[in-house]
Design a protein around this ligand. Structure first.
Ligand code: HEM
Length: 411
């Protein structure tokens, strides 16, 4: 059955759509009437079967695609599902060293190495430092007499400090990492006036920075991921491109996602005062997962079919792209009771905010959950009466469900 509610030319990866809202009504309509739907796009690119992609909107199908990398590859780039006339094949090829864009067995090899830096022990080792950071961030914000921007003053800070601690970036260089990662993500938003060239330059700068750090850690090892990865490089297990792109990916993945989970979470609490009251009183351990489900900071990633196959009864041809809409899967009534309710006691909560459970499942999940717990714990302790001062301003982006400004007040 063809989904009647979507006009011709409607594209779920249109940055203007995410600029204003997440297309929840359209997702609901698609899940009901055409859960695997072909969305044509004006621009194709060499190497892909057709201009366009399959919009995959049901929880079960997003999971199926994510857990079958032999049928649905990540190597033709996972992040960009809206091509335009400026995107060259080279730009896609360049990204093949990013972990997200690898298939097994390369992916398995690199992931085994990089996950050494994400053991429960290394995350626990950060906890006390991050708790102190979270408290300091919130007390600085509390001193504000009038309205302030929650995004810049609170939500951006802890993820930046966490990722910088993990990578081992010294305090004086942390703002550089922050600027570079912002530039790589915000090129679709005219307010930042960032061209794709500037985004590419930032990528080059971050990689050069990582390479310098690597050289330094070879001379003088430390307790951080770079030292672990440099050792792997020396053993011949990780090449220097893979190393540089991994640090780049961490900077983006660690900053842009968690910040938006925290901002959407704060907005949800401020617009659902009963849930905030409950959080302040009981601090349920289930809250952070619900915040990620509600926020779904990564709206979608893509895969490409490796052979002719089938999904939910729909034939898919080799080379065709599929957009996995996590934001839709996270509101699927087949899986979640009352999916449009923000309920911090939701349990179980098998949301796909961190991915569909396949080999690429988010490596930073434990760190992200820890950060969300710590920051909302600190806010509930020190700024329990925070109020909304203005509506959030959203980021224009094809795939990040972002907020660039959220004015709040303690007064
Ligand atoms: C992968 C979401 C925080 C590092 C992913 C994926 C998603 C995601 C959707 C792709 C999964 C897939 O394709 O199946 C999120 C969200 C976060 C978050 C919503 C915060 C709320 C972090 C943090 C880090 C991180 C804090 C690092 C410090 C990574 C890495 C991958 C990844 C390295 C790639 C894994 C691979 O390809 O094997 N994340 N992430 N993420 N994330 Fe996260």
């Amino acid at each position: 059955m063809h989904c009647p509610a979507l006009p011709d030319g409607f594209d779920l990866t249109d940055p203007d759509l995410l600029h204003h809202r997440v297309p929840l009504p359209e997702f609901a309509e698609l899940r009901r009437t055409e859960p695997v739907r072909w969305i044509p796009q004006p621009h194709g690119i060499a190497g892909f079967a057709d201009a366009g992609y399959w919009a995959v909107t049901r929880h079960t199908d997003v999971k199926y695609v994510s857990t079958h990398p032999e049928l649905f590859s990540s190597t033709l780039n996972t992040a960009i599902i809206r091509f335009n006339e400026h995107i060259e094949r080279d730009a896609i090829d360049m990204q093949r060293f990013i972990l997200l864009n690898m298939d097994p067995p390369e992916h398995t090899r690199v992931r085994q190495i990089v996950q050494r830096g994400f053991t429960p022990r290394s995350i626990r080792a950060l906890e006390e430092r991050l708790r102190a950071r979270a408290r300091a961030i919130v007390s600085a914000a509390r001193e504000r007499s009038g309205p302030f921007d929650f995004v810049t003053e609170v939500a951006c800070e802890l993820p930046l400090q966490a990722i910088a601690e993990l990578i081992g970036v010294p305090q004086e260089d942390r703002s550089k990492i922050f600027d570079w990662s912002n530039k790589m993500i915000a090129y679709d938003d005219p307010e930042y006036a960032i061209t794709e060239e500037v985004g590419a330059e930032s990528a080059t700068e971050i990689i050069a920075y990582a390479m310098n750090m690597a050289a330094e850690r070879k001379r003088c090892p430390a307790h951080d991921i770079v030292t672990t990865l440099v050792a792997a490089e020396d053993e011949g297990n990780l090449n220097s491109d893979e190393f540089g792109f991994f640090v780049l990916m961490l900077a983006v993945a660690g900053n842009e996602t968690t910040r938006n989970a925290i901002t959407h979470g704060m907005h949800a609490f401020l617009t659902h005062p009963g849930q905030w009251e409950l959080f302040r009183r009981e601090r349920p351990a289930t809250a952070a997962e619900e915040i990620v489900r509600w926020a779904t900071p990564v709206n979608a990633f893509q895969r490409t079919a490796t052979q002719d196959t089938e999904l939910g009864g729909v034939p898919i041809r080799k080379g065709e792209r599929l957009g996995l809409f996590y934001a839709s899967a996270n509101h699927d009534p087949e899986v979640f009771d009352d999916p449009d309710a923000f309920d911090i006691t939701r349990d179980p909560n098998p949301h796909l905010g961190f991915g569909g459970g396949g080999p690429h499942f988010c490596l930073g999940k434990s760190l992200a959950i820890l950060e969300i717990d710590l920051i909302f714990g600190a806010i509930a302790d020190a700024m329990p009466g925070l109020r909304l001062a203005d509506a959030p301003r959203r980021l224009r982006s094809a795939w990040i469900n972002g907020v660039k400004e959220l004015q709040v007040t303690t007064g």
